[in-house]
Design a protein around this ligand. Structure first.
Ligand SMILES: [Fe+2]
Length: 180
């Protein structure tokens, strides 16, 4: 039985078991380099919406969960709009990502704090390996939409990133996205 379906134009998931989370600029305190710029913007600005299909309970070993994210374009100072980013609580758990539309970057940082990025373009496939924090930034002019599949037992450690951040940030340097 097909429990949910995705609108390939918008990235929205629909179905009886689909939930949605909205993150605004107000939810991102301290996550951008230029906190004053973030605080000076309308706090109800929607950064991203995440849709996920309720499946097996979180924590179920061997099960997979999936969802889509619609990340809006924009800048805080010279830093591209991005998701909060996290390690998995079970550090060895990986995650799969497919870009549906838009332009962006998957930013990956290992436990030695080495940060790299993979360009996201429609149809690009990505794996965030285990032991690797991941976040997505939108470098385009329209929404960036992508599908993510993750192990139901991975758990999410947002605190490490809230505390120590990533070692590099994706900035708009004279119109060119660069990890700095
Ligand atoms: Fe993840």
């Amino acid at each position: 039985m097909n429990l949910a379906s995705m609108n390939l134009s918008t990235g929205d998931l629909s179905g009886e078991n689909v939930m949605q989370t909205v993150r605004t600029l107000g939810d991102m305190k301290g996550l951008y380099a230029d906190e004053a710029a973030r605080a000076g913007m309308p706090q109800d600005t929607v950064l991203y919406r995440t849709f996920w299909a309720e499946g097996e309970p979180e924590g179920t070993e061997g099960a997979l969960l999936y969802g889509t994210t619609v990340l809006e374009p924009g800048l805080v100072g010279d830093e591209f709009f991005m998701t909060r980013g996290h390690f998995h609580a079970l550090r060895n758990r990986a995650e799969f990502c497919l870009t549906i539309s838009g332009e962006g970057a998957l930013i990956l940082m290992d436990e030695q704090r080495r940060t790299r990025m993979e360009r996201m373009t429609p149809g690009s496939l990505h794996v965030a390996p285990g032991h690797t924090a991941h976040r997505v930034a939108n470098t385009g002019s329209g929404p960036l939409t992508f599908l993510v599949v993750w192990p139901a037992d991975c758990g999410h450690d947002y605190e490490e990133i809230e505390k120590n951040g990533f070692s590099r940030r994706l900035r708009n340097i004279n119109g060119v996205p660069q990890l700095v």
